[in-house]
Design a protein around this ligand. Structure first.
Ligand SMILES: *Cc1c(COP(=O)(O)O)cnc(C)c1O
Length: 458
């Protein structure tokens, strides 16, 4: 590895340089994301309605389109110090391997036990639940990263944590489940007999291995029946993007220290929370006309919300009990094929990112999973860090951009988000190594069928 004299391998911020405010990019957006709608009335959800499901302070953040800087409470900032600031790494070895004149940087968010960026929002959501005097929170988890992050946050604050885990993951990922139980969470395979909606689904589909939408419905039901509980969600919502702005703020502070300005900023996109968090402060500059950047969202070909979806009001859950959000969506009835990037298997996308994409402020691309694992393996071999399959979508795109620079000779600066560790995904790596991984893209007819069932709202 040949280091440039003036740029270290890793740029560290001190504890004191940890941001004191989250940045709310909605304040700088001319076209605000459309409001959540009450599915029954078709009217925007009021704070009161949202407060029946979500914590009060989080509802305020969800609806706040005007305040640019939101103070990070000291208690949350102190928790962040357990694993932040996360260093910004220059991918010197990857650059050398690719033979590119591009300069590649990445921000690794997998350096905590939960293994991903999700802890940044989990601690915030748990904190506001505690502050409201609640006994606990409920949630769903698919691949398991969000449930793990929330369990850690709840253990720290002494809150009860009930996780509904999609049954097939519950069975396939026993270690994820045990990590959650180590942190004191109760983990129930979904669908379960514990809720009315679970019993109904089991009666209709005996032996089903569950889905994220079904687990959401169960978690929401439990929270809405007990006034001492609220439901929390790990992506998509405005509040989650707000908490994740810590990623971009730290990355920008680290770059500013050395006078580095990225040309291209890349992130994987499932529900969009890490990506909006990473790009937020840079997007703010672009929106205010102070600087220009290219932003690229990378999604799996199996679940192409941006690249093949519609910009429309849709349900966030398969059970259609949550409010309607205006977003790029494949339709809530669309069930993505099982891919190994479980965290990217969501039919919709953050309304904030959706609006930015709709306004032409961001680009998107979709990648096949075998390409993603090739990139993951190459990255692991030269940079050392074992990446999560989700994060590896961003690695792939960063490599593509770096190879373009090799052709043109341009020394572009590329920043990408490395959202998590791949330690819990070795089953997927095994499939890849054995040559058992197949690529799949949904047919147009399959997408059209789901679009036809979108709720009829403009
Ligand atoms: C959940 C997850 C994602 C996708 O979620 P976003 O809300 O789109 O950020 C990406 N990477 C990892 C490691 C995850 O756990």
């Amino acid at each position: 590895m040949k280091l440039e004299k003036e740029i270290p391998y890793k740029i560290y911020l001190s504890e004191d340089e940890l941001p004191r405010y989250w940045y709310n990019v909605r304040a700088d957006m001319k076209n605000k994301p459309a409001p959540l709608l009450n599915a029954a009335t078709g009217k925007p959800m009021t704070a009161e309605e949202l407060g029946q499901v979500f914590c009060d302070e989080l509802v305020a953040q969800e609806l706040n389109d005007t305040d640019r800087d939101i103070l990070i409470p000291t208690e949350i900032r102190d928790f962040y110090k357990m694993y932040r600031p996360a260093p910004l790494t220059r991918a010197y070895c990857l650059e050398e391997k690719l033979g590119t004149p591009a300069k590649i940087y990445y921000k690794f968010e997998g350096n905590n036990t939960s293994g991903s960026h999700k802890l940044n929002s989990a601690i915030a959501q748990a904190y506001y639940a505690k502050k409201q005097g609640l006994k606990g929170v409920t949630t769903e988890t698919g691949a398991g990263q969000w449930g793990t992050a929330l369990s850690m946050a709840c253990a720290y604050l002494g809150l009860d944590c009930k996780v509904f885990m999609v049954k097939c993951s519950y069975e396939q990922k026993p270690f994820r489940r045990e990590v959650m139980r180590t942190y004191g969470a109760s983990v129930t395979p979904s669908p379960s007999m514990e809720t009315a909606v679970g019993r109904k689904i089991l009666a209709e589909h005996p032996g089903t291995s569950g889905s994220l939408g079904c687990a959401i419905s169960e978690a929401v039901e439990v929270a809405s029946k007990d006034p001492a509980y609220r439901y929390v969600l790990g992506s998509v919502l405005n509040q989650v993007g707000l908490h994740q702005s810590i990623i971009g703020l730290e990355a920008k502070a680290a770059m500013d220290k050395y006078g580095i300005k990225p040309d291209i900023i890349i992130g994987c996109a499932g529900g969009g929370s890490n990506l909006i968090g990473l790009i937020a402060p840079f997007m703010g500059e672009k929106l205010r006309g102070e600087a220009d950047y290219r932003f690229i969202a990378v999604e799996p070909v199996t679940c192409p919300s941006f690249t093949r979806g519609r910009f429309a009001y849709d349900y966030c859950d398969t059970g259609a009990i949550c409010p309607l959000a205006k977003m790029y969506t494949l339709g809530s009835s669309f069930i993505p094929a099982a891919t190994h990037a479980g965290g990217l298997r969501f039919h919709g996308m953050s309304p904030v990112l959706s609006q930015l994409y709709h306004d032409g402020l961001m680009e998107a691309m979709a990648v096949e999973q075998t390409r993603v694992f090739e990139a993951a393996e190459m990255f692991a071999r030269c940079e050392g860090t074992l990446p999560a399959p989700e994060s590896s979508h961003a690695i792939y795109a960063a490599m593509q951009e770096a190879l373009k620079c090799k052709e043109t000779g341009e020394e572009k600066v590329i920043l990408f988000g490395l959202t998590g560790t791949g330690y819990f995904d070795m089953y997927a790596y095994e499939k890849f190594h054995n040559g058992d991984m197949v690529d799949y893209a949904p047919a147009d007819e399959e997408l059209e069928a789901a679009f036809a069932r979108l709720p009829k709202i403009d």
